[in-house]
Design a protein around this ligand. Structure first.
Ligand code: 6PG
Ligand code: SF4
Length: 608
């Protein structure tokens, strides 16, 4: 085993030092939580009776408080394909709990937005803030103090971050995340994108497009591109919060069922009254957070985690920033090419050796903290094994080599020497660009700006032929304070058409893109945002803009006197429909994307 890479060690030490006061404050909270034993012993008879009144065959055990009562937080709904399998989980979990003399109750449900359904729609403006809404819902559920352990049922983009933020505020509880797995592969992603671009050019109709989309998204389970949802799963593995390599086993299989059962049995083993207490807040420490960043870089994960990871870290008293991401990206090689960073999907990735192989390779190369407190093993080394059924029994096996080097490579022969998440800074502010899905000759774009306040206006200009040139498409007033920071992934087909026609094209925005976005260079999460005075607000049509992932520059090439004299136009009116008006509170209190764009954490910290 190689010694830990000095940059990983240095960045980790810097995070520990930066976080020390808040982390101490957080660890004290956990100690108080454990001592106060916010479990049933503290409840009055009335509280307790209300808590088990409807618990049927579990009533007697819950009443005595003699064994762990597990709180299930479920993000089940049957509209979101990734969460549809969760419908049967509470019953499965209760059966598994009874097998070991424990009990389980659904402590609460949380909303789960599908960004694929809301992409390009008004609902997307609620997407980022649904994360904090989920965190609040998780806290409400666990606040009943009926539970000595928690199981989190959630997979998609904002759901895992929201569940973790909420659960960390009850970090004295042992907690395991329980995935449900991806849908089987459908239409290849590249073919899906080809049909989309033909539709954007008016060359195919809606019927053909819908046929293509529904051949891609065709069943129960997570979508098979490597976007934010599947990046969530990777991060849970890197932080040791799943049963090892539980992420990408298909729903409805015997192996999936046994992994869920194993998680329930393991949770009972790590309770506070045993000799192997593993509270969530001790598992999620600075090393685990750094492991999540490393996993993001090694697999080409979603840019959304440049926002969610800072928020998840803050919930555990840990402070990270984009400089930490950039320095880790510079030394962590890209070991996986999964769409949009390659042609294979997450099923191909798992079949090639998946996250187990990535963890083994990173540990072997000294690029991962192996000594973290996981929920299921002694450290992270055993997370390099994959689960299989042998004579119907669940066992874990080593993954000695990649089974497909077109998708998964060893650290000795990576796809790229670095992780491809670039930090960009200049007179326009600070932003990120994921280049693992962008051809190298497109990493530097210098072209006249075309400035928009709405993504639909971009598409109207495209359809009117007004963008047939080298162009930096600027979409502003898309930050958290302006309209909730939506993903602008609907622009990808049109910008892809312009790029395929030979134009130099880049996107520059204070908004977000999807984890499924790729191909077109996009400088995103630009901070400070336009609303409130960010420099992106000063740009005018025709200004030369330079976006360069090689040097990390993001600049308006406008003479200083002209630039200084520029004012920022009035923002569009705040959104007022689709419930967006209810989130004004969140828009008013959100902080920077780099800090996690979290109104609830910003407000919480203002009281410390
Ligand atoms: O960050 C993500 O991974 C996205 O939010 C993803 O969940 C989103 O739903 C995309 O819109 C799906 O991709 P398509 O829109 O290309 O189908
Ligand atoms: S991965 Fe994205 S598109 Fe697919 S179900 Fe989850 S949120 Fe929806």
């Amino acid at each position: 085993m190689t010694d830990l890479h000095p940059v990983i060690a240095r960045v980790t030490a810097r995070i520990v030092e930066r976080s020390a006061p808040r982390r101490r404050h957080y660890l004290d909270l956990i100690e108080r939580g454990r001592e106060a034993g916010t479990n049933r012993a503290q409840l009055s008879c009335g509280n307790l009776a209300h808590g088990f009144a409807a618990s049927g065959e579990d009533k007697a055990v819950i009443r005595t408080g003699s064994a762990m009562n597990m709180g299930i937080i479920t993000a089940y709904n049957d509209m979101l394909s990734a969460h549809q399998p969760y419908g049967r989980y509470p019953d499965q979990i209760k059966i598994a709990a009874r097998e070991i003399g424990c009990t389980a109750q659904v402590a609460g449900g949380v909303p789960a937005m599908c960004d694929g359904v809301t992409q390009g729609q008004a609902g997307m403006d609620l997407s980022l803030f649904s994360r904090d809404t989920i965190a609040l819902s998780t806290a409400v559920s666990l606040s009943h103090a009926m539970f000595e352990g928690a199981l989190m049922l959630g997979i998609c983009d904002k759901i895992v971050p929201g569940l973790l933020i909420g659960a960390l505020r009850f970090g004295h509880l042992p907690t395991i995340f329980v995935p449900a797995g991806p849908m089987p592969s459908g239409l290849a992603n590249k073919e899906k994108v080809r049909i989309r671009q033909l539709y954007a050019e008016g060359k195919v109709g809606k019927d053909e497009l819908l046929e293509s989309e529904s051949a891609s998204y065709h069943g129960a389970g997570t979508c098979t591109f490597y976007g934010t949802a599947n990046s969530n799963q990777m991060m849970m593995e890197m932080m040791g919060l799943h049963m090892p390599a539980a992420s990408f086993v298909h729903p409805g299989t015997k192996l999936r069922q046994e992994l869920t059962r194993a998680a329930v049995h393991q949770l009972a083993r790590i309770g506070w009254d045993g000799d192997d207490y593993r509270p969530l807040g001790h598992c999620v420490d600075e090393k685990a957070i750094v492991n999540a960043i490393i996993g993001l870089m090694a697999t080409g994960g979603s840019t959304n985690h440049a926002i969610h990871l800072p928020a998840m870290a803050r919930a555990a008293g840990i402070s990270i920033d984009w400089t930490d991401f950039a320095e880790i990206s510079d030394v962590v090689p890209l070991l996986a090419r999964v769409y949009p960073n390659g042609s294979g999907d997450v099923n191909n990735f798992h079949a090639a050796g998946g996250i187990s192989y990535v963890i083994s390779e990173l540990l072997g190369a000294g690029l991962l903290h192996g000594d973290i407190l996981t929920v299921a093993r002694q450290g992270l080394a055993d997370y390099g094994q994959e689960p299989v059924l042998e004579n119907d029994a669940l066992v874990w096996k080593d993954v000695p080599a990649s089974r497909d080097e077109a998708i998964l490579r060893p650290a000795s022969n990576p796809f790229q020497a670095d992780g491809g998440m670039k930090l960009m800074e200049g007179n326009l502010g600070r932003c990120v660009m994921k280049v693992s899905a962008v051809d190298k000759e497109r990493w530097t774009i210098e072209a006249p700006a075309a400035v928009f306040h709405d993504q639909d206006d971009v598409l109207r200009a495209f359809k009117a032929g007004e963008l047939e040139r080298d162009v930096v498409v600027v979409v502003r007033f898309q930050g958290p304070k302006a309209n909730g920071m939506p993903e602008l992934h609907k622009l990808t087909p049109a910008l892809g058409v312009l790029q395929d026609r030979g134009f130099k094209v880049a996107l520059l925005t204070d908004g977000r893109m999807s984890g499924a976005s790729g191909k077109v260079p996009a400088a995103i999460h630009l901070s400070p945002e336009a609303l409130g005075g960010g420099a992106i607000g000063k740009l005018r049509d025709g200004d030369m803009v330079r976006v360069c992932a090689e040097t990390g520059a993001v600049d308006a090439l406008v003479d200083a006197a002209t630039w200084a004299a520029r004012d920022i136009p009035a923002a569009p009116p705040p959104p007022y429909d689709t419930g967006r008006e209810l989130f004004a509170l969140f828009r008013h209190h959100s902080d920077l994307a780099e800090a996690g764009a979290s109104p609830i954490l910003a407000a919480m910290e203002s009281e410390l």
